[in-house]
Design a protein around this ligand. Structure first.
Ligand code: AMP
Ligand code: GLY
Length: 433
């Protein structure tokens, strides 16, 4: 079979690499891909939202399965477009992708399904949102633990976590008056700020059966100790000891099952990856958000550990036969992924620096360097994005996996390259406490 992966990040490199390991797959294409997918697979020069181009390519090349990585084409209806042409595609419908594409849709669904989440209010204009904050916090002096969110997709930037009233008012102003996130800010949500530690629980579902994947943890702030501005994710590891077996069962019963059932009952059945971003606090896990795709970078350590043929899982999801699949097999060893980024990220950064040391890193045992923001130029791999590489390693313990990932990082260099130095330390702190 031939498979097409849509996207160009580290997640898509990991997906394409794992799919190419399947004995049932002859060729894997990636649209548009990066320098890493060009090495492991074959790139196709099509943008992720060029649905007619993707349909044409899939038909002309007898693509047996298209796997969609990012949220933007899913929210724009790529699954519906391909299915209407009788093409097989892994990813939720446009209607189901609202779970990520509209935070108002998501919160209303969580409420309807009685799933634990932060208390919230929805607003359509700055005046009513401002009045709500002023009424709730009459004094500017007291703390105001609120989170202000633009409703729509904003590349992870539309969520503003506040401590003071002035910050919440400024966030409302940015979203609703200055229209910093465009139409994504037509509605906004103000919710209570939750305390605790975050975890990512990803599950694969065909709309009936739910397969929960091992827990993972991302590192969103740019700098060590979870300080600095938010990023797309600076590293991840799996499994995350914060979420034990008992908690996974609780999450399935109280979060995943009611969500999938309510989606079905609401005539927006969900097929694909349901990614719950959770806050684990004193009151137990609560949903911060849903994503409708694999997490990036969580996908990299997850797939590094997956031993079951990924194509079997993806096809069973598309066919609605997940209940017939054998239990998933995982490498018992943990995996750690360290993101190497361009100087300046998450702000502005230069592109085009030649990346050296990739071959030496690839030679290390149990290491895979997933490319994200890279491209090929004059026979070299050069930087082309903010998050450039996801250096991923397996080890007999989390600390061994961490050591091996950072050993590989040391081999790789370009001017201005940097990474967090403490990826997975949260797990180590938990294990030693
Ligand atoms: P979201 O895109 O909704 O997951 O938000 C992005 C990030 O904002 C999350 O990973 C959290 O770090 C933070 N966040 C979102 N909602 C809340 C909340 N209610 N309380 C505390 N932090 C939050
Ligand atoms: N790891 C965060 C995300 O994929 O949205």
């Amino acid at each position: 079979m031939k498979v097409l992966v849509v996207g160009n990040g580290g997640r898509e490199h990991a997906l394409a690499w794992k799919i190419s390991c399947s004995s049932r797959v002859d060729r894997v294409f990636v649209a548009p891909g990066n320098a890493g997918t060009a090495i492991d697979c074959e790139n196709v020069d099509l943008s992720v939202t060029d649905f007619s181009g993707i349909i044409r390519f899939a038909k002309e090349n007898q693509i047996g399965l298209t796997v969609v990585g990012p949220e933007v084409p899913l929210s724009a209806g790529i699954t519906d477009a391909l299915e209407s042409e009788k093409l097989r595609v892994f990813g939720p419908s446009k209607a189901a992708a609202q779970l990520e594409g509209s935070k108002v849709f998501c919160k209303n669904l969580l409420h309807q399904a009685n799933v634990p989440t932060a208390d919230y209010q929805v607003f359509r204009d700055a005046e009513s949102a401002t009045r709500y904050v002023m009424d709730r916090y009459p004094s500017d002096q007291e703390s105001a633990p609120l989170v202000v969110k633009a409703d729509g997709l904003a590349a992870g930037k539309g969520v503003i976590v506040c401590s003071k009233r002035a910050e919440a008012l400024e966030a409302i102003n940015r979203i609703a008056n200055e229209r910093e996130f465009g139409a994504a800010g037509d509605q906004l949500i103000i919710e209570e700020r939750l305390e605790g530690e975050e975890a990512s629980i990803l599950a694969i579902t065909d709309g009936r059966t739910i397969l929960t994947l091992p827990p993972a943890q991302d590192h969103k702030p740019a700098h060590d100790g979870d300080t600095g501005p938010n990023t797309g994710g600076m590293g991840a590891y799996c499994p995350a000891p914060l979420v034990d077996e008992k908690m996974i069962s609780w999450i399935e019963e109280h979060i995943l099952v009611p969500t999938v059932h309510t989606m079905k009952r609401s005539r927006t059945p969900f097929k694909g990856v349901l990614y719950a971003g959770l806050m684990i606090g004193n009151q137990g896990p609560k949903v911060l958000e849903y994503n409708v795709r694999f997490g990036d970078p969580e996908c990299q350590p997850l797939l590094m550990r997956l031993q079951t043929d990924l194509v079997d899982i993806l096809e069973a999801t598309v066919d609605g036969t997940l209940d017939q699949l054998e239990p998933l097999k995982w490498d018992p060893r943990p995996a750690v992924c360290v993101v190497m980024a361009s100087d300046g990220y998450p702000g502005s950064y230069e592109k085009g620096h030649v990346i050296r040391g990739l071959d030496a890193a690839a030679k290390l045992e149990d290491v895979k360097v997933f490319h994200a923001g890279t491209t090929s130029k004059d026979g070299n791999v050069v930087t082309h994005g903010g998050r450039v590489l996801g250096v991923t390693a397996l080890g007999n313990s989390i600390s061994a996996a961490k050591l091996q990932a950072y050993t590989a990082v040391k081999e790789i260099r370009w001017p201005g390259a940097w990474c967090r130095k403490d990826i997975s330390d949260k797990a180590l702190a938990l294990q030693s406490s």
